[in-house]
Ligand binder design. Structure first.
Ligand code: AGP
Length: 608
């Protein structure tokens, strides 16, 4: 995710901007840049790579000397990572800006601007915003920003310099976060509090469509009509370490809260006119038509995302899918045929078993598709086709937001494949895609509604010796992930079971008070799962039921019921995953474990 900073005050602006950007490195980036007013003119310095590369470049070319400017770290979404595509972007003579978020209608706007005679140098949606603002500016920043915002669609935060206003910085946002920091004789903008905490703890939260004007004298706010706004000053009570966790106690819970943004950032660029569009990843409708067998190969959580993919692809696109654990796949002499599609899912892109499995599949003539979060990683470089998930860096060892974006991509792929194969109409495909676009809001809602209950239920789980997670169909796929999450950070044994399979042996494990987490979000399987829940409850199990908010649950079915917002049945794992993550998180916290760094585990497993 991109990071924005801005500074105006008496300090050396370049130094402040780079130091503030370093505190946003956790968001992930592939290039960086700054723009500073130097002797009344805007000087821009950009570099592909790390902030160290930008600093080296400035050592060599000279660092802009000034007291007002903006800076940016870019996590590429539109256009490859390169110096040209990195921010700040000039919109012409009048405007220079940095941007976080996505301008959804950039293609139409770009065509309009090209017709009016403007030329573009980058492939980014940001340059479109810069050129549009430049074309709207006639000396009144607020009017120009308001007009531009009436033309753009999407989620974004902007830090803006106008060439004829050397002592001013402007900022505005819609959806994407932006804060405005204030101290004696200086002010700041930033995507997140850690960027400014070294300089000030006082800040304002910029709201949707509010414009901030920063000068050395202070900050003023107005709405898009120019009416002044009074805002409440916030005081961050974090030290620098806590600030990196965004004020949360652990990275894991921070990352759970980042899921709505991560999903939005991952799916939005891949939806064009309401339909999934993976062309930028070299996946076309014609190529999808020819796929008759899919393998999904991965490890741990990523493999569980593949399990969700299997159910959805087989249900919607009727293409057979085999999900394999990478360490098994590579040694079991898989029957891969030329033209089979082998999908490798990996957050890190460096997992040794997944990488080896991909190389094996390639050597056997398969087409390989990487679904990877870490840019430039080995799997990303070697896969024939690549879909990046845009979760930003995941620091906690227990994967949460990476899983969520992996399944979001599985959905997009399934919808497009089902359409390519002729099993759903374009109308149905649009409806499913539209429902997927509504998921980030539902995830947010689920976190709000289930957080406290999950904490309370976790108190009952801390003393358990063993748990079972049960479900059917997609709920079973999700149970596997819930179970892994709990065991890896709480150190309590747990197992996921297909609910209908219990009676073939495992039910003998049930003793008085044993917790069973039952996931029952699939309407078509609900009654069947309830029968299995009754079987375990009759033998003394303490049942926690995860179901949708509208499910009619009989009084004797469960000890605790966690209700999640309802959506299309096929998409329910995206909301139901949240309470499973929260249950694992709070159980680990209450047991006093090192939540973010569980014993014996590493974030990236680069050995066999
Ligand atoms: C899950 O919480 C773990 N971090 C682990 O299972 C992980 O998903 C697995 O090691 C695969 O990692 P990758 O996605 O980086 O390939």
């Amino acid at each position: 995710m991109c990071g924005i900073v801005g500074y105006i005050g008496s300090k050396d602006c370049s130094e402040v901007l780079v130091s503030a950007l370093r505190k946003l490195e956790y968001r992930g980036y592939d290039s960086a840049g700054i723009a500073v007013f130097e002797d009344g003119k805007i000087s821009v310095k950009k570099a592909q790579g790390r902030l160290d590369d930008l600093e080296k470049k400035m050592e060599y070319e000279g660092r802009p000397l000034g007291h007002a400017g903006i800076g940016h770290t870019r996590w590429a979404t539109h256009g490859v990572p390169s110096e040209t595509n990195s921010h700040p972007h000039r919109g012409g003579e009048k405007v220079t800006l940095v941007h976080n978020g996505i301008i959804e209608n950039y293609k139409e706007l770009k065509e309009m601007l090209i017709e009016s005679g403007r030329e573009f140098v980058s492939e980014t949606d940001t340059e479109v915003a810069a050129q549009l603002l430049d074309s709207n500016y006639d000396g009144d920043p607020v009017k120009a920003i308001a007009k531009t915002l009436s033309q753009v669609e999407g989620s974004f935060a902007l830090g803006i310099l106008f060439s004829d206003r050397a002592g001013e910085i402007y900022a505005v946002r819609r959806e994407s976060p932006l804060i405005v920091g204030v101290a004696e004789g200086e002010s700041f903008i930033a995507s997140d509090v850690p960027a400014i905490i070294k300089y000030t703890k006082n800040y304002y939260l910029l709201e949707h469509d509010e414009i901030a004007k920063l000068t050395e004298e202070g900050v003023t706010f107005c709405d898009l009509q120019g009416n002044p706004i009074e805002k409440e000053l916030k005081v961050a009570d974090w030290n620098e370490d806590a600030a990196e966790k965004g004020g949360y106690d652990h990275f894991m819970i921070k990352e759970i809260h980042e899921q709505p943004t991560a999903v939005k950032t991952t799916i939005t660029p891949r939806i064009v006119e309401g339909m999934p569009n993976l062309e930028e990843c070299n996946i076309t409708i014609d190529a999808l038509k020819d796929i008759n067998q899919i393998y999904i190969v991965a490890c741990g959580t990523a493999m569980h995302a593949g399990m969700v993919g299997k159910y959805v692809i087989e249900k919607l696109a009727k293409v057979p899918v085999i999900v394999d654990i990478a360490s098994e796949f590579r040694y079991r002499e898989p029957l891969i045929h030329k033209g089979d599609l082998v999908i490798i899912i990996s957050q890190s892109g460096e997992t040794a078993d997944s990488l080896a499995a991909m190389r094996l599949a390639k050597s056997m003539g398969a087409q390989t598709l990487g679904i990877v979060n870490a840019k430039g990683s080995s799997i990303a470089r070697e896969a024939d086709m690549l879909i990046y998930t845009h979760a930003g860096p995941e620091i906690a060892v227990a994967s949460t937001k990476a899983y969520m974006v992996q399944i979001a991509v599985m959905y997009l792929l399934s919808f497009e494949l089902a359409f390519a194969k002729g099993f759903i109409t374009d109308g149905e495909c649009c409806r499913l895609t539209d429902t997927l676009q509504g998921i980030p809001a539902l995830i947010e809602d689920t976190i709000d509604k289930t957080n406290d209950l999950c904490h309370d239920i976790a108190e009952k789980l801390t003393e358990a010796e063993s748990l079972l997670y049960i479900g059917r169909g997609l709920d079973y796929a999700l149970s596997m992930e819930g179970s892994l999450k709990l065991k890896e950070i709480s150190y309590i044994h747990s197992e996921a079971y297909a609910a209908g399979e219990l009676k073939h042996g495992t039910i003998s494990l049930i003793t008085e008070g044993m917790p069973v987490i039952a996931v029952a979000t699939q309407n078509s399987l609900y009654d069947k799962t309830v029968s299995n829940i009754k079987e375990v409850r009759a033998r003394g199990a303490m049942v926690v039921l995860v179901c949708d908010e509208k499910a009619k649950v009989g009084a004797d079915v469960a000890d605790y019921i966690i209700r999640v917002p309802q959506t299309d049945e096929v998409l329910m794992p995206m909301t139901a995953a949240v309470p499973l993550q929260l249950l694992a998180y709070y159980t680990s916290v209450l047991r006093g474990n090192d939540v973010d760094k569980p014993r014996n585990l590493a974030k990236s497993v680069t050995v066999e």
